[in-house]
Design a protein around this ligand. Structure first.
Ligand SMILES: N[C@@H](CCC(=O)N[C@@H](CS)C(=O)NCC(=O)O)C(=O)O
Length: 205
C-alpha cells in the first residue's frame, strides 16, 4: 500500500491505524500539496480531489476518507474496532461517522475560508472554530476511558491522538476535554505507534 500524506495531517490518523494493526505501507510525502507545486501535482495524479489521506491499495485501487479506510481495515484486522454486534461497536460506528461528518468539515471550511467566502473569512473561521469546540465538548461526554471506548484503543483513538495538535490545540483540550486529552496521550504512548508519532512530529509527553 502507498499512503500519500503530510506529517501531522489527516494521513497521520491512517498511519496510526496501519501501525496499530501492523499493516505494511509506504509513505509518499506530499507536504505542501495544498499549494501549487510538485506535491500538489503528485497527489492530484492519484486523487483529483487533492486530500490526504489518499491510500493506494496493492491492486491499484484508490481509497480515500479516513472512515472508509478505518472500516476497510477493521474488516481485516478485528482489533481496530469493537466486536460487531456489541453495544461498543454501535458506539464506534456512530462516533466514527460523527467525527468525519461534523468535526472534519470544520477544518475543510475553517482552514481555507477564502474558498467559500470572499468577504466574511474571519467570521467563517470564528464560527467553525466555535462549533468545533462545541463538538469536542460533546465528545468529551462520550469518552469511556482510559481509551475512547474503554480498555482497548480502536480506530477512534487514532483520530484523537492526531487531532489534539490541531485547533483548538493541546492546551484547550487539556483544560476543556481532559478525558479525551488523556485518551489521546495514552494512544500516542503506545509502543506500536512510536515510529508514526516521530515521523509525524507528534509529541509523546
Ligand atoms: N473527509 C476526509 C477529510 C480529509 C481532509 O480534509 N484532509 C485534509 C488534511 S487533514 C486535506 O486534505 N485538506 C486539503 C483540502 O481540503 O484541500 C477524511 O476523513 O479523510
Amino acid at each position: 500500500m502507498r499512503l500519500y500524506g503530510t506529517p501531522g495531517w489527516g494521513s497521520a490518523i491512517v498511519e496510526a491505524m496501519l501501525a496499530l494493526v501492523g499493516a505494511p505501507y509506504d509513505i509518499v510525502d506530499v507536504e505542501g500539496f495544498d499549494r501549487p507545486g510538485a506535491a500538489h501535482d503528485r497527489l492530484a495524479a492519484v486523487n483529483p480531489l487533492r486530500q490526504v489521506p489518499t491510500l493506494v491499495l496493492d491492486d491499484g485501487e484508490v481509497l480515500t476518507e479516513t472512515a472508509a479506510i478505518a472500516l476497510w481495515l477493521a474488516d481485516r484486522h478485528a482489533e481496530l474496532a469493537p466486536a460487531p454486534g456489541t453495544v461498543e461497536h454501535r458506539r464506534f460506528l456512530r462516533l466514527l461517522i460523527w467525527i468525519v461528518a461534523n468535526v472534519y468539515p470544520t477544518f475543510t471550511y475553517g482552514d481555507y475560508p477564502e474558498r467559500w467566502t470572499p468577504s466574511a473569512q474571519n467570521e467563517l473561521v470564528a464560527a467553525t472554530s466555535a462549533y468545533r469546540e462545541r463538538l469536542y465538548r460533546w465528545l468529551e461526554d462520550q469518552v469511556v476511558g482510559p481509551y475512547l471506548l474503554g480498555e482497548q484503543p480502536c480506530a477512534l483513538d487514532c483520530y484523537a491522538a492526531v487531532m489534539i495538535d490541531w485547533r483548538p490545540r493541546r492546551e484547550w483540550f487539556a483544560k476543556n476535554t481532559p478525558r479525551l486529552f488523556a485518551a489521546a496521550r495514552l494512544t500516542r504512548r503506545d509502543p506500536r505507534l512510536a515510529t508514526v508519532m516521530k515521523r509525524n512530529r507528534l509529541a509523546i509527553d
